[in-house]
Write a protein that binds this ligand. Sequence first.
Ligand code: DP6
Length: 331
Amino acid sequence: MSHEQHTATVRVGSNIAFIKYWGVADARINLPLNNSISMTLAEAHTTTTVTWDASGQQQTDEITLDGRRLDANAAQRLVAHLDRLRALAGVDYRATVVSKNNFPMASGIASSASGFAALTVAGCRALGLDLDATRLSAMARRGSGSASRSLFGGFVEWEKGIDDATSVARQLYTEEHWALYDVVAVVSRAAKHVSSASGHTLAATSPLNGCRIASLDAALREVRQAITLRDISQLGPVIEQDALAMHGVMMTSHPSLLYWQPETLAIMQAARAWREQDGLAAYFTIDAGPNVHLICEQESVDALVERLDTLPGVQRIIVSPPGPGPQGIEN
Ligand code: DP6
């Protein structure tokens, strides 16, 4: 965090949404159509070091992601975000960014959420900008909507807001509140075909979008209450329904987005069977990809992992309780 050296390293957890962000009111600033609620993950995180060259010698931003140096095209979205940080600080320094995920990228686990949040926090700290978590949340949102939520640990709600300053996340409860787990069944490591960023603008083309949005106030209330009461049997059905509603919107937009693979559906069916036949309280949610996130309490984790292991097509299982907000790491 040395300001003199213009460098900072920060680790940020990804997050899994219980009520999804899908659809934008204003794509330029990632102003969403609806509030969303998520849990920040302890075991899926990005660690990012940003070093600004105050000497003016460096000509371009140099970005290395998981050991791979990005070319200009691949770096575009990140450079645009560095431009926002430069504008905020009123400098024109180029940056060296080294970022590492501890989970497979672009596979439906939101690497952009932790990635843009980490870039924002490390970038601002290294510039000596002293922004509070709320302002950092707004800033991270510009890079990737879901990144706004990773600025806080535990259970988080992103208030859709009406403009750049008001569309920010806030913490509902810390990670100590409830030992809820996200058990991620990774079925494909392949990169997703359509990025969420372009998908958000398609939501409005689905005839189902308005129905989903109209039903969300009730769903958000249910999720807040279920988290408050630590009630998995109240939380589960609501999060499954919103994941299905979001995918319904995706499938019926023009062009249609179909993220599921056969394995995705097999896991969804299996989760319901385990629940109904064996009382294993795990509920699914799915982001913009084929992987299935099963949400359950600590007591169900072992049985769930054991069963997932027997399903063909499950390549890897990631298990995560709720985690903290951004953590500074001394260089
Ligand atoms: C389906 O725009 O935050 O995960 O395109 O990767 O930046 P990127 O994602 P973002 O959309 C995430 C959408 C979602 C649901 C959610 O996390 O709320």
